[in-house]
Design a binder for this molecule. Structure first.
Ligand SMILES: *[C@@H]1O[C@H](CO)[C@@H](O)[C@H](O)[C@H]1NC(C)=O
Ligand SMILES: *[C@@H]1O[C@H](CO)[C@@H](O)[C@H](O)[C@H]1NC(C)=O
Ligand SMILES: *[C@@H]1O[C@H](CO)[C@@H](O)[C@H](O)[C@H]1NC(C)=O
Ligand SMILES: *[C@@H]1O[C@H](CO)[C@@H](O)[C@H](O)[C@H]1NC(C)=O
Length: 577
């Protein structure tokens, strides 16, 4: 006969075996420095609106909701990256404030997002030295960034111990991150093969519950779920995907069920999770695994963080300490617009947008002011260029049309310096062929907005031959006018450091005779100066970039017609956004 104590232990072990482990998984992604709540329209929340329940999220509410979950049972909170960048808070206080506020939310692990690289590797290291939670990224080769590799808080994976159950969390990030952020020497490896190498190590260490946590977008998350045999749950981000099952609690349109279930080739179910962005929702799912690490129960949906959640006091007090600088920016009027300044990616990534026009104009203006003492020509750079992805917001004219410094920071938060470069017409054309190509991919952030150029693209032509017309404003002329770009002639261009340094795969440096100058001004300062000196603006879409779309010659002519109408409707809607 066994002693009673031992019998009890056996019973408990048995119960544990049949019950396995239960916990609540909470997750956020793409918080983008929305420490304060966000309005229903996706902008700054006015206090009146907040009282009326018209604002959502903010770190204070996330903290309250997390605390509630943690008090109710075993909970894991994961952050899938891109907490950097998006509000004046970040532009002013950078990663240091993100680190301090994330420490207050105390994630069990966080994955690196693309924007965590925005201020360069040295600033990322500062962030990593301040956080007191693990940051996972299992798809980086840091051979050429030894200082980053040496950060104790940065690791490929983390094994969490939840009441004696081991849970492995493996990080990943888009393999094309290099083209999307400031220059660095990190090598970004493919997600699936890198994750599979790591999960083998985890399985050998008896970790049989594995969560992939990362930042590659919903589509890639589903591929990971399908092709990483040891992964049970994928917590993703980057694509700001709103997943929800059942009736949605606000106006957001669900892009898929929550959780999205992917069935692996062996018949096992993998859950793919994401919770939109900007702290509006907190992902929440109850999970149960048996002792073999098999998922046996799940149930959840993202929680809408409305004003039924009282922001946690310590977070609010922290923000108040630093708020004055932000308030000053919000009160600093730099110009006036009488029209909507459209910076929406759906518009600026697919064609000319009026905000892109005026930003590019402000670059040319910055150069004109800088070179005014040279009276031999009106400028040496009549062309300004910015990619759609650098334009991060629109501006509504509102009641007064006032544009504040904070508005401009929201639109151009990336703190990019402007550069002058001199390149041949042929090189300029190659750049715009690349822009036309990117527009036809899912990477429309690489599409170029222009000043001093007139372009026509014909999408019936193959890749690399789509420019049917390219004219540039003459610079060494008494009265500026447009002339055909000659491949052998040279042209001065003002653009951002990102584009100059090969962002999105561009090449704007002449290989034989590189001529590059630093304008010593940030992109947003160029815009602010332009606004201050032009006082009232009303930029238009004026045919700087014209698209000739593919004509469909299908046997059933109707299908082509329908596509054309759909596309025209789409362009129309996009232009209204
Ligand atoms: C990392 O990259 C370097 C340089 O390309 C290469 O030599 C090395 O083998 C890579 N390391 C791993 C672990 O893949
Ligand atoms: C931890 O495990 C023990 C034994 O399996 C169980 O009784 C207890 O409730 C668990 N604690 C939590 C917080 O789940
Ligand atoms: C675009 O190119 C196609 C194929 O060369 C041609 O048939 C069509 O007329 C062109 N469209 C325009 C608007 O020039
Ligand atoms: C450009 O000039 C600014 C201001 O003088 C300086 O801080 C910055 O480091 C320069 N950038 C480069 C890439 O030379």
């Amino acid at each position: 006969m066994l002693p009673p104590l031992l019998r009890w232990i056996i019973v408990l072990l048995f119960l544990r075996w049949i019950h396995g482990v239960k916990f609540m998984l909470m997750h956020t992604n793409d918080m983008h420095a929305w420490f304060d709540p966000i309005s229903a329209k996706g902008g700054k929340c006015q206090p009146v609106d907040d009282e009326q329940g018209q604002c959502f999220g903010g770190f204070g509410r996330v903290a309250t909701a997390l605390e509630k979950a943690r008090n109710s049972g075993p909970t894991i909170y994961l952050n899938a990256g891109d907490t950097f960048q998006g509000t004046p808070w970040f532009s002013v206080y950078g990663g240091k404030m993100v680190a301090e506020l994330l420490n207050m939310l105390a994630p069990d692990a966080m994955a690196l997002g693309v924007h965590e690289f925005d201020d360069g590797v040295p600033k990322l290291i500062e962030f990593l030295e301040l956080v007191n939670f693990p940051v996972v990224s299992g798809t980086l080769n840091l051979t050429h960034e030894p200082k980053l590799a040496a950060c104790a808080k940065l690791m490929e994976y983390k094994i969490l111990n939840l009441n004696e159950t081991l849970i492995g969390v493996v990080g990943y990030i888009r393999s094309d991150t290099k083209q999307r952020t400031q220059p660095n020497n990190v090598i970004y490896k493919r997600e699936i093969s890198s994750i599979n190498k790591i999960t083998k190590i985890l399985i050998q260490n008896n970790v049989n519950i594995i969560i992939a946590l990362g930042h590659s977008g919903y589509q890639a998350d589903m591929d990971i779920a399908m092709h990483c045999p040891d992964v049970d749950i994928v917590v993703g981000g980057q694509s700001h995907t709103f997943l929800y099952s059942g009736r949605v609690p606000d106006k957001d349109v669900s892009e898929g069920p929550y959780p999205t279930i992917v069935i692996k080739p062996d018949g096992r179910k993998v859950l793919v999770l994401q919770a939109y962005a900007y702290t509006k929702y907190l992902g929440k799912i109850n999970l149960e695994f048996d002792s073999g690490g098999n998922l046996i129960y799940f149930n959840g949906n993202p929680i809408l963080l409305d004003n039924t959640f009282q922001p946690r006091q310590d977070i609010q007090e922290y923000l108040e300490k630093y708020r004055q600088v932000i308030k000053d920016m919000e009160n600093h009027v730099v110009g006036t617009t009488t029209v909507f300044l459209n910076g929406d990616r759906k518009s600026c990534g697919l064609g000319e947008c009026n905000f892109g026009n005026i930003i590019a104009d402000s670059f040319v203006y910055a150069r004109v002011l800088e070179t005014m003492s040279d009276r031999s020509s009106w400028t040496d750079a009549s062309i300004g260029i910015i990619n759609a992805g650098a334009i991060r917001a629109s501006i509504e004219p509102g009641e007064t049309g006032a544009i504040t410094e904070a508005d401009v920071v929201m639109v151009l938060p990336l703190s990019q310096e402007l550069f002058y470069t001199r390149i041949s017409g042929a090189q300029l054309m190659r750049a715009f062929e690349h822009s036309a190509y990117l527009r036809s991919t899912d990477n429309t952030g690489g599409f170029l907005q222009v000043s001093g150029l007139r372009l026509k693209f014909n999408y019936s032509h193959p890749k690399g031959q789509r420019i049917t017309e390219i004219k540039a404003l003459c610079s060494s002329c008494q009265i500026p006018h447009y002339e055909n770009v000659i491949p052998e002639n040279y042209y001065g261009v003002v653009l951002t450091s990102f584009l100059l340094h090969g962002g999105e795969g561009y090449n704007f440096i002449d290989s034989r005779k590189p001529t590059v100058q630093n304008l010593s001004i940030l992109d947003r300062m160029a815009v602010i100066r332009y606004l201050q000196e032009h006082k009232v603006i009303y930029p238009e879409r004026e045919g700087r970039i014209m698209m000739q779309e593919r004509v469909y010659h299908s046997s059933s002519g109707r299908r082509g017609l329908v596509s054309a109408i759909l596309f025209a409707t789409f362009l129309y809607l996009a232009s209204k956004l």
